[in-house]
Design a protein around this ligand. Structure first.
Ligand code: SF4
Length: 393
């Protein structure tokens, strides 16, 4: 597994399957003057989230693996083994200088984590999904490869991404040196696309998880993603399923900023097959009645403002979708409370509504596929106690 010891300073290239790192690899493979090391010093590493678009994987298999094979370049493919990197570690899916198969199905997928948590990747702040599913996995792999030796870490930041490169360089150590060939070459995205097209005849697609909310933050990205959904109904259904359960548990959790992917899909041309499949899969899935409690405790620095929310998700019952809706109705009749049907996709039985912004509490029951696990966040009891001490329910 470690890079052979005669290679004093290995070159480790993080390959994300996208345009940027694909352009670097293709240039290095065909143009020796673009690199200052022999190819046997290069190890290409890929961390699979398990949810990459099928056509990106197919293109990499068709155009990149044969070239790596022909040049004898080592490709190491890894993924998370389970929900906790510390406890479960990483799994090496393939380690070969003649790679034939791209294992983009991963092992423990990012979608497994999201479905179990009943949520979607979060767009606010740091991209934690990427850090957990890719960055930390690659760090663990690279540590095993270099065994404490100094190494060059190659990343595909484009010419216009100097700020990202500068930020990355802050992670340099005596052992690790980040390098950014595209910036050195002055290559932007157009240059990368042109180069790839020249060598493969293909307009290389963006690499991402099919449900990536960052791909849905602007009109161009939404158009591109929904068009891909019409071509790949499987990943589309996964994204819709993930969003469906996340919204059932939290009405504010759509994949699109201030909106929902399902609403966009319903009006996008060519989505009928995908929507039919999603509806059938959902109807057949085991369902649960969930009890969701959410607390926004008063902030220590300013008790009129809400601190970090804490959540409790409990599975009250499981069965078919019809059985679970029947139970929700029976609970509603028993308690003399009307089911809230204002959201046609997600009926809720409210026990307590948060009436205003700031510290508060909400509790409701909802029906959704039984993928989410029982989970009470660590700060839940403390947050609840803070709220009741101040009588802020
Ligand atoms: S592609 Fe999107 S969803 Fe997938 S890990 Fe990266 S940021 Fe997260």
């Amino acid at each position: 597994m470690p890079v052979p010891t005669h290679i004093a300073r290995p070159v480790i290239c993080s390959y994300g399957l996208g345009v940027d790192s694909t352009a670097i690899l293709l240039r290095w493979l065909v143009d020796p003057s673009s690199r200052d090391f022999p190819l046997d010093h290069l190890t290409v590493v890929v961390a699979h989230t398990g949810d990459e678009w099928a056509n990106t994987g197919a293109l990499a298999t068709r155009y990149i693996l044969p070239r790596l094979r022909a040049a004898g370049v080592r490709l190491v493919q890894v993924a998370r083994k389970g929900p906790s990197l510390a406890r479960d570690g990483v799994i090496v899916l393939d380690d070969s200088d003649a790679p034939r198969v791209l294992h983009s199905q991963g092992a423990y997928k990012l979608s497994d984590e999201m479905l179990a948590a009943g949520t979607v990747p979060q767009t606010g702040g740091t991209r934690m999904c990427s850090i957990h599913a890719k960055g930390e996995v690659l760090d663990a792999l690279i540590a095993q490869l270099v065994q404490g030796r100094p190494y060059r870490h190659i990343l595909g930041f484009e010419a216009g991404e100097c700020t990202r490169a500068r930020r990355d360089a802050t992670y340099d150590t005596a052992q690790r040196t980040g390098e950014y060939p595209l910036i050195e070459w002055g290559w932007n995205r157009v240059d990368c696309n042109d180069w790839i097209f020249l060598l493969t005849g293909v307009s290389w697609p963006k690499s991402a998880c099919s449900y990536c909310p960052f791909a849905l933050t602007n009109q161009e990205g939404r158009q591109r993603t929904l068009t891909r959904f019409t071509e790949e109904p499987g990943p589309a259904c996964l994204a819709l399923r993930m969003e469906h359960t996340a919204i059932a548990l939290n009405p504010r959790q759509g994949l699109v900023p201030n909106g929902r992917l399902i609403d966009m899909a319903r009006t996008f041309p060519g989505m009928k097959t995908t929507l039919d499949r999603f509806r059938d899969e959902t109807a057949r899935a085991e369902h649960a009645v969930y009890r969701i409690r959410r607390v926004w405790p008063p902030r220590s620095s300013d008790p009129t403002q809400a601190g970090r929310a804490a959540r409790s998700v409990e599975l009250v019952a499981t069965g078919t979708r019809a059985q679970m809706h029947h139970k929700l109705q029976a609970d509603s009749d028993r308690d003399g409370k009307q089911i809230d049907t204002s959201d046609p996709d997600h009926h809720r039985l409210w026990a307590h509504r948060r009436t205003q912004a700031g510290p508060g509490y909400e509790e409701f029951f909802a029906v959704a596929p039984a993928t989410a696990h029982h989970k009470v966040s660590r700060n839940f009891a403390g947050a609840l106690a803070k709220l009741s001490q101040r009588n802020l329910f």
